[in-house]
Design a protein around this ligand. Structure first.
Ligand code: S3P
Length: 222
């Protein structure tokens, strides 16, 4: 079932967005009571939208390691909300005319990260959407305020054994090759992913169940 894409969440400014204040508009009665809840803070403080510093927070960002299911689960959540789905890596590939692997090979990881941040910023002007970030996007701390200004982040937490069983070493992901490096990356990134607004454990559930959980998380205070 598709719901209206017009769920709007307006926050006062980047400084007050934090985890606390939100002001939601519900143009569609079917979405009454549905809002993107900001973080785990239970505060009911509400910020009134004000002039030019108003922000539209109408995006859900899926965060997580390679193979955690961001690109599979994202379209299901988007469909449920009647929103667009954006896969950040695919957007980069389209715009650059190169695969992620080729960008890494030709320009190196720092340049890839620069391009990634530019694309992330570019989402500001897009309509409501669910975004599958790359596995390293949320690892770059400079990307956190960009994400929180636009919407909520949801970490798809998945055990490494499950990821390893699921993810082929097929050369498509330049950072998913040597098992020791994968393990090290996984371990060092976990605490950064955990800075997301919400986390769900997707190790034992299927994509539909994960999408249901995300929907519940972002629309209620559970
Ligand atoms: C990366 C993950 C990839 C892609 C790039 C770097 C990472 O995205 O952005 O290869 O640093 O973990 P997926 O998580 O969609 O595979």
């Amino acid at each position: 079932m598709q719901t209206s894409p017009s769920l709007l969440l307006v926050a006062k400014s980047t400084s007050t967005v934090g985890k606390r204040s939100a002001f939601a508009l519900f143009p569609s009665p079917s979405l009454l009571g549905l809002f993107l809840f900001l973080g785990q803070n239970e505060s009911s403080e509400v910020a009134e939208p004000e002039g030019p510093s108003e922000m539209l927070r109408d995006k859900i960002f899926l965060v997580g390691f390679m193979g955690s299911g961001k690109s599979t689960i994202g379209p299901i959540v988007a469909e449920r909300l009647g929103w667009d789905f954006v896969d950040l890596d695919r957007e980069i590939e389209r715009e650059q005319g190169l695969s992620i692997r080729e960008i890494f090979q030709q320009s190196g990881e720092p340049e890839f990260r620069r391009i990634e941040t530019t694309h992330l910023r570019g989402l500001k002007n897009r309509p409501a959407c669910v975004v599958a970030l790359g596995g390293g996007t949320f690892v770059q701390q400079e990307n956190h305020p960009i994400v929180s200004e636009m919407g909520v982040s949801v970490f798809l937490d998945c055990r490494l054994e499950v990821i390893e069983a699921r993810c082929p070493v097929d050369g498509r992901r330049p950072l998913f090759e040597a098992p020791e490096l994968v393990k090290e990356l996984y371990t060092t990134r976990q605490p950064l992913y955990q800075k997301s607004d919400f986390s769900i454990d997707v190790s034992e559930i299927d994509p539909m169940q994960a999408a249901d959980l995300i929907f519940q998380k972002v629309t209620t205070r559970k």
